[in-house]
Write a protein that binds this ligand. Structure first.
Ligand code: EPZ
Length: 428
């Protein structure tokens, strides 16, 4: 297994091109199942999860064509004149939970879906009960058999209905939205997630001919249409990648220009970073950010993760790495996932002073982190260890880097172009 070696203690300065968002790309790819015409996505990142979704779609008869081979910012054309298979098997779903996003589109277009239950993962149990309730609210008959969700529409297909989510679910909202586009009549989705990835999906569906009101709000109203058509759509910049590199500038005390991204995507994070003593300036082009911490140490601030527009859970681990180096203490509360502190023991092995009490972690900043051999447990935990290693003078070795491949395109290359001493090596 590959490892990442970081020789830390170097200030980062330079420019980084931000990729398209993984968590927007995945549902957008699933949306190709809603039409018999081609859907072309541009700015789709080249990541392991994107390749996994392509594999899932191919198993349903989708013709997936990625130009530029494995190159970054590639274009992906997906075309499925006829859906030939409606089962998403355990092996594919186990590999990537987001495979469950095919449930809504398959049901809506093919009238049937058999999708393996994803099971838990490193950050929590992550049930999909709300996805199923949403499909049932549109008339689907759902049973659970031998670890599979078996879903069928009534004769004539899905019927518009009122879906009320008891709490915000990103994937649940995405499945509901996609299914509702082809349901007969009106669907109202209350307490819908408002993440930029949902807005991106809604805008793409609109480009495909869907009729959706309330985009960007907590109430989405969808008037079902008989069919959707093909479209070309550019994936929104990755706000979590943006935030992760913003923390890289902050933790190493340098200046990074992040290109192809926007401040509005990371406002809650930017507010926190500014409070910590980091400068963030939006470029005149509205398409870049300059993040710097040139003077002084980071100040400790309290953070609680919340659904968008609150502070994102996907930035919690990275902020914790930063707070570990702050002047003063910080309380970090995780309110979305029940087990998202797996990075804490690893950060402590690098000299961080962190105590977890239930869903909160008290981080007491230390003068210096120290290099260590550490192990990644999930995607965002992995990048938090890379960030900590960039700040720790000396050589750190991070193992299980396949987690990083799921969500960070060309991470060693992007960081080393800005002065980081980082390399990927085959497992020793
Ligand atoms: C999405 O996961 C993201 N994944 C996650 O990104 C992100 O952390 C999460 O949203 C929250 O922002 C993708 O977009 C592919 P949820 P999702 O449904 O959709 C509970 C990353 O690192 N819940 O909003 O699975 C659930 O257990 C990742 O890129 C139910 O109880 O998240 C969680 O506690 C990891 N029943 C909370 O809701 C359900 O049916 C929010 O989950 C659905 C969710």
């Amino acid at each position: 297994m590959d490892q990442i070696i970081v020789r830390g203690g170097h200030t980062l300065n330079g420019e980084i091109q931000i990729s398209g968002a993984k968590n927007a790309g995945l549902p957008l790819m699933a949306a190709c199942l809603l039409t018999s015409e081609p859907l072309t996505l541009t700015n789709l990142p080249d990541l392991a999860d994107i390749a996994s979704m392509a594999g899932v779609l191919e198993s349903f008869g989708v013709d997936v064509y990625r130009n530029g081979g494995d190159g970054p910012h590639s274009t992906c054309r997906m075309h499925v004149p006829t859906i030939t298979e409606t089962t998403a098997p355990y092996d594919l779903v186990r590999k990537m939970r987001a495979s469950v996003l095919v449930l809504g589109p398959l049901l809506a277009r093919a009238g049937h879906a058999r999708v393996s239950l994803p099971g838990g993962c490193a950050i929590g149990t992550r049930p999909v009960d709300l996805h199923l309730k949403a499909m049932a609210a549109l008339g689907a008959e759902i049973t659970l058999e031998e670890g599979y969700i078996e879903a069928r529409t009534p004769k004539g297909g899905l019927v518009g209905g009122h879906i009320v989510f008891p709490f915000v679910t990103v994937g649940g909202t995405e499945n509901a939205l996609m299914a509702a586009t082809l349901a007969t009549g009106e669907t109202v989705i209350s307490n819908a997630a408002r993440e930029p990835e949902i807005t991106d999906l809604a805008n793409c569906l609109i480009a495909m001919g869907a009729n959706i009101d309330g985009v960007g709000t907590g109430t989405l109203k969808v008037q079902g249409v008989a069919s959707l058509h093909g479209a070309q759509y550019a994936v929104v910049p990755d706000r979590i990648e943006t935030g992760s590199y913003a923390v890289a500038a902050a933790i190493t005390g340098g200046t990074l220009k992040l290109k192809g991204t926007r401040l509005e995507l990371i406002e809650s994070l930017a507010d926190i970073l500014k409070e910590c003593g980091v400068d963030i300036i939006e470029g005149d082009d509205g398409d870049s950010l300059t993040v710097s911490r040139v003077n002084g140490r980071i100040r400790g601030v309290d953070i609680m993760t919340e659904p968008y527009p609150g502070f994102p859970t996907d930035m919690q681990a990275q902020l914790m790495a930063l707070m570990a180096t702050a002047n003063g203490a910080s309380m970090i509360t995780e309110s979305i996932f029940e087990n998202r502190f797996m990075h804490v023991p690893e950060l402590c092995r690098m000299g961080a002073n962190i105590n977890v009490h239930g869903s909160s972690a008290i981080v007491r900043g230390v003068d210096k982190l120290s290099p260590a051999q550490v192990m990644a447990t999930d995607l965002r935990a992995s990048v938090s260890l890379v960030l900590a290693a960039l700040a720790a003078e000396g050589e750190s070795v991070i193992s299980r880097v396949y987690h990083l491949d799921r969500g960070y395109e060309c991470l060693p290359e992007k960081l080393s172009a800005c002065g980081a001493q980082i390399e990927r090596v085959s497992g020793r």
